[in-house]
Design a protein around this ligand. Structure first.
Ligand code: ATP
Length: 490
């Protein structure tokens, strides 16, 4: 089986097109031309996304020291003052006065070609030969951060023009743009009624820490896990589900005593990378990238990155957030969030190790990881080799022909299997074509009922990746399936 070679862009285009054609993901409000940065999960997509979230939920909550939570999306506005989001959750932006396009300052330089960056570096009297393209753009950004007038100078000197319309001297000076979506609670639309759609799920966990402890009698160390929607008014949405304005997160905050935080940070880093790989991501497509510039609250932070068709990108962040969040909520709410330490008899604010994964971005990573094109007998076979637990359909039931009682046996088997797993019944077309339709959506098993079944009550089970076929008595099919589609984690 030879693999077909595609460029990253081609591969992503093929995945997006398959996702639409087979009902994994549609553009939001497509009949109105779509809404930028928003996507809808179709019949197969929603099934696969639920499987992914279920694998995470089991991993997190099938243990005695982690509790589940589902907090509301709208929260008291003071939460976002305490968390620092009102002040800090923003990106510096510039506008083009001519075409009205808006750009993130870092993307403006990040997307610039090397020659232009070198010209700017020369203006800043930096020896560009010592720098890579990335380090040049980072250096320029740091200079602008230190001296905002510098950007205006670069624009006046026509060293930075609008990348959209090319107009010279048209970019405004950088302004901070908050990424939180604001809305209003109640009938009056004024500052006092402003609330935000949460930009992360974590704060719902922090504000409930005492409630959960009291309800469950947990003691440190313990964690709270939550899956839910988050919203960010991202300036540039791109690469399909990678950066969207509405997405789902799977976050777990693990509360520990100060002094034990570094050990737990390392443990969670290992556990989390093992989780992604247990669900089918090869180790060589995953990497850990420590943050060079730490957020003001973090003591240590690392991203788990996956190799998407366009290169490595973050799928999860692991952070040692110290006692920053809980201390701030203490300060802003006036309620003590300190926890009594039975050993030292002191009350102290716990430290937090956070694992923050994207369900939507993770979903996309698994689609990209699974997509294959193989040549089989001179034909291209498209196959999604999803882990069976993630696959939206677990088994296809295929009566070879609709006669001689094959249909009745197939329907009976289908009804029986459906109580435990998602199946798909398909009796139309040549069996080879039916296999291909299932390969394309990642169905791990195809079960064929043929003329031999009528004699010996056995069926053929074809495995998706190897295409190997085995013969099994009908009564053993369910156990076989359940064993092979089991969740590998939790
Ligand atoms: P990025 O640097 O890519 O914007 P981030 O560092 O802001 O991400 P976190 O705040 O750590 O991301 O969020 C945790 C996880 O949530 C990310 O690893 C990612 O999987 C997911 N995530 C964050 N922003 C988005 C988005 N706009 N669209 C889809 N998923 C997102």
């Amino acid at each position: 089986m030879a693999k077909q070679q595609n460029t990253g862009v081609q591969t992503l285009e093929k995945i997006v097109s398959l996702a639409k054609r087979r009902g994994f993901v549609f553009q939001s409000s497509e009949i109105y031309g779509g809404l930028n940065g928003c996507w809808d999960y179709g019949p197969l997509g929603v099934a696969m996304l639920r499987n992914l979230k279920e694998a995470w939920w089991r991993e997190m909550t099938n243990r005695n020291d982690i509790e589940g939570l589902d907090a509301s999306i709208l929260m008291h506005p003071k939460v976002w003052e305490a968390s620092g989001h009102i002040q800090n959750f923003s990106d510096p932006m510039v506008d083009c006065k001519s075409c009205k396009a808006r750009f993130r300052l870092d993307h403006l330089f990040g997307d610039m070609n090397e020659k232009k960056l070198q010209t700017i570096a020369k203006h800043l009297t930096v020896d560009h030969r010592e720098h890579t393209k990335e380090s040049l753009s980072e250096y320029i950004l740091a200079q602008i951060e230190a001296n905002e007038a510098l950007f205006t100078q670069l624009v006046e000197l026509e060293l930075v023009n609008c990348p959209n319309c090319g107009t010279k001297q048209s970019l405004t000076s950088p302004r901070n743009f908050n990424l939180m979506f604001e809305t209003y609670i109640g009938p009056v639309k004024d500052a006092a009624s402003a609330v935000y759609l949460r930009p992360e799920t974590a704060q719902g966990i922090f504000v409930n820490v005492l409630n959960v402890m009291q309800a469950t009698r947990q003691k440190l160390p313990f964690g709270i896990a939550q899956i839910g929607k988050a919203f960010r008014n991202e300036i540039n949405t791109k690469n399909f589900l990678f950066r969207t304005r509405e997405f789902e997160q799977m976050e777990m905050q693990y509360f520990v005593k100060e002094g034990t935080d570094e050990t737990f940070y390392e443990q969670w880093r290992e556990r989390r990378i093992n989780w992604w790989s247990a669900l089918g991501m090869p180790k060589e497509k995953l990497r850990l990238k420590p943050h060079e510039k730490l957020a003001h609250y973090a003591k240590a932070a690392v991203d788990i990155e996956f190799e998407f068709p366009f290169g490595f990108g973050e799928i999860e962040g692991i952070h040692n957030r110290t006692n920053f969040d809980l201390s701030r909520h203490e300060e802003y709410s006036g309620k003590s969030l300190s926890i009594h330490d039975e050993d030292t008899k002191e009350k102290k604010v716990p430290f937090v190790i956070e694992t923050s994964a994207g369900a939507s971005r993770g979903f996309m990573a698994f689609l990209c990881n699974a997509y294959r094109e193989e040549e089989v007998n001179g034909e291209v076979r498209t196959v999604m080799n999803l882990h069976p637990f993630l696959a939206p359909v677990k088994a296809a039931i295929l009566p070879l022909v609709n006669k001689d009682g094959m249909q009745e046996i197939a329907e009976k088997l289908d009804l029986d299997l459906r109580r435990s797993v998602k199946t798909f019944y398909d009796d139309s077309g040549a069996v080879g074509r039916r296999y291909r339709r299932q390969d394309e959506i990642g169905t791990p098993y195809c079960i064929t009922i043929d003329s031999d079944t009528l004699q010996d009550q056995s069926v053929t089970i074809r495995e998706r990746d190897s295409m190997a076929q085995i013969r099994l008595p009908i009564e053993k099919v369910k156990t076989y399936l359940l064993e092979n589609i089991e969740c590998p984690v939790g």
